[in-house]
Design a protein around this ligand. Structure first.
Ligand code: GLP
Length: 247
């Protein structure tokens, strides 16, 4: 895994957006795997800025989001559908038919998951997958204990994830307890290139664990070592424990 430390959120966002831009330059009809959470917000802002300058075109791009809460409708303000609309899709020329986000309100969630994997396969896989990192090492919503072979599925959220994400909800009780997530197997087998972003001191331990542990089920992000093209981009705070270990 390549490990890049940048000074701050702005540099991380620019570096991440640079990966997206290069992917679109290589292939105008690229397939992007997209993440939510607070970490990639700056990357989306940078992509919108570049789009408005005429630097990038999303008209042929297909996107697959990593995850969505179960039980939230697509217009719920805390759904990842609304997040993506607010941060990216309402600002660029992405075509709605080419935007995929799991439907956490689907009547048959198992079918929804199977159809999602089929759609990824049908699109020819993902050219660039963007990931964030949970404080417990989760990627997407693949919590500790997840299988490295997992495909898209319904998962129970870990208590620490519910707590961490409660900042986006009125209170912890209103955070959904389940989500649909693209599985680790889908991420590893269907992505040609992966970038993982992490910022802030609260991610420092998760970054060290990811970089130093052998792939193991207690730490989902450690499975990224099984992929041949992963770039980890972190700010100085998220890298602070790595620095301490090497000095
Ligand atoms: C959330 C999302 C992940 C995200 C992670 C980190 O629960 N499901 O896709 O990468 O947790 O979130 P944040 O960037 O807000 O720290």
């Amino acid at each position: 895994m390549k490990f890049i430390v940048v000074q701050n959120d702005q540099e991380m966002s620019r570096a991440a957006a640079g990966h997206v831009v290069r992917t679109l330059q290589e292939r105008a009809d690229a397939v992007l795997g997209l993440a939510t959470g607070s970490t990639p917000v700056g990357m989306y802002q940078e992509l919108v800025r570049l789009y408005k300058l005429g630097g990038i075109d999303f008209s042929q791009v297909t996107t697959f989001n990593l995850d969505e809460y179960v039980g939230l409708s697509s217009n719920h303000p805390r759904s990842y559908h609304v997040y993506m609309l607010n941060h990216l899709f309402s600002h660029v020329n992405a075509v709605p038919e080419q935007i995929y986000i799991p439907d956490g309100n689907a009547p048959d969630l198992k079918k929804e998951c199977e159809a999602y994997d089929q759609a990824i396969d049908h699109a020819g896989g993902i050219d660039l997958q963007v990931l964030g990192l949970g404080i417990n090492g989760h990627i997407g919503f693949n919590e500790p204990g997840s299988s490295p072979e997992g495909r898209t599925m319904v998962v129970q959220l870990a208590e620490s994830t519910i707590q961490a994400n409660s900042r986006f909800f009125d209170n912890p009780a209103s955070v959904p307890k389940q989500a649909i997530t693209v599985g680790i197997g889908t991420i590893l087998n269907c992505s040609r290139q992966i970038i993982l972003l992490a910022k802030g001191e609260e991610k420092a331990q998760a970054v060290v664990n990811m970089m130093h542990q052998q792939p193991n089920p207690a730490n989902p992000a450690s499975y990224l070592k099984l992929h041949k093209d992963v770039t980890v981009i972190v700010d100085e705070q998220a890298a602070s424990m790595m620095t301490l270990m090497t000095t």
